[in-house]
Design a protein around this ligand. Structure first.
Ligand code: HEM
Length: 372
């Protein structure tokens, strides 16, 4: 209700409510979305590290709401998700701005502002995401070591000579039937450095868990690597922008002389989507076979619905979701291709240019008010 009400005001209120009220509505849309994300992550994280409860006659009874809500997984998973949302929004803005500049649209100068603001914010946010990802990895290692071992394709706690296996698999082909990797290319000591910040430490391999308590390995292993690669690339792009700014080359002319950089920023807009999908695939598959870690198996949480009802709901959900997705992208593409309305009524903030003036090159800091 809170979120939906303000979305209505934000989308349909422009020109009808005051600019301050519109800003207030926009802020509330962002704030309420964050609140929803927070409660979703509270529930999802509690299933990964179920603190503050005890199980009695098949029911989870809460002993401490504080411990249930602020469970260990939540404290790192929520910031990781929140930063992922900032990244997706900022790279979206950066990608569109870079496209307008790359295409040398007449309003390219105006898009330099949005490109600069988004990429400079990302120069802080993208590295922060890598830091939070590392912190979340260590939380998973502590509270669900089987999930971490699956994400890393890490089967054996010790090497054949009895020393701790500290190698991190850059790439491997996990073979779940054989309980090992068919091949692997690893970096010695890297796994201990990542999980324990130590040169040598013991990181539990999947062999420590009964086969029925092990998650699938292939999907989390590759999904995790795709997310990390996307996160690394996003960080490099943002830091590259910072470097260009530092060298005084982050100007309209400077960037138009570097079309490959602009193309890279346009391409970067899709990477946070890929990272978020693969992040959730990693998380949800690696926590199997548990729906509530160590307490309730996924097989015990199976719905009482009939198979037919399940299929109808599932197919319906997928079709509806795809329609919304395709519709939203069609709409976004149309708006972006069209660009800001150059014939729109404008209000200049400092010069008080009357409503109805046309935008010229000089009017860069204008607010565009759509005519319709
Ligand atoms: C490069 C560094 C990154 C590292 C080390 C990292 C690490 C992790 C880890 C350990 C998990 C938890 C998996 C589990 O619970 O089993 C995770 C989940 C996730 N990651 Fe990443 N990640 C990185 C980058 C990113 C980026 C760039 C995004 C999106 C823009 C992202 C989005 C997600 C999402 C949506 C989840 C599932 C929800 C959550 O756990 O918060 N990750 N990541």
């Amino acid at each position: 209700m809170y979120e939906a009400g303000f979305i209505g005001l934000m989308v349909f209120g422009w020109g009808k409510i005051s600019k301050k009220m519109h800003l207030f509505a926009t802020f509330n849309v962002a704030f309420s979305s964050m609140l929803s994300a927070m409660w979703i992550l509270v529930a999802n994280s509690w299933m990964q590290s179920p603190t503050g409860v005890h199980l009695e006659n098949g029911l989870f009874l809460v002993d401490s709401w504080k411990d249930a809500i602020l469970n260990p997984n939540f404290l790192t998973a929520f910031p990781h998700m929140a930063i992922a949302s900032f990244e997706i929004g900022l790279f979206f803005v950066a990608g569109i701005s870079a496209w307008m500049i790359y295409k040398k649209r007449p309003n390219a100068k105006m898009f330099m502002k949005t490109l600069t603001a988004s990429l400079m914010a990302l120069a802080v946010i993208a590295p922060l995401q890598v830091y939070m990802g590392d912190a979340l990895g260590r939380t998973v290692a502590e509270h669900d070591p089987a999930a971490l071992a699956a994400m890393e394709g890490h089967w054996h706690t010790y090497n054949a000579d009895g020393t701790p296996n500290t190698s991190w698999n850059v790439i491997a082909w996990p073979n779940e039937a054989k309980g090992t990797n068919d091949f692997q290319i690893g970096i010695p000591h890297m796994l201990s450095l990542l999980e324990d910040h130590k040169w040598v430490s013991t990181v539990k391999g999947l062999e420590e868990f009964k086969p029925e308590d092990r998650p699938p390995v292939l999907l989390p292993f590759y999904a995790f690597r795709i997310m990390v690669a996307a996160g690394g690339l996003l960080m490099i792009i943002a830091l590259w922008a910072l470097y260009l700014k530092y060298r005084g080359q982050f100007t309209l002319e400077g960037l138009q002389r570097r079309p490959w950089f602009l193309r890279l920023v346009v391409f970067s807009a899709i990477l946070p989507y890929i990272a978020i999908w693969t992040g959730w695939w990693t998380r949800e598959v690696a926590r199997q076979p548990w729906i509530v870690h160590g307490l309730m198996r996924t097989s015990e949480g199976v719905s009482q619905m009939s198979i037919t009802a399940e299929i109808v709901w599932f197919v319906g959900f997928v079709v509806f979701d795809l329609l919304v997705w395709v519709g939203a992208w069609y709409f976004f593409a149309k708006v972006v291709r069209h660009g800001p309305d150059m014939q729109a009524e404008v209000v200049h903030q400092s010069e008080n240019i009357p409503v109805g003036s046309l935008m010229t090159d000089k009017h860069e800091s204008i607010l565009i008010r759509p005519t319709a």
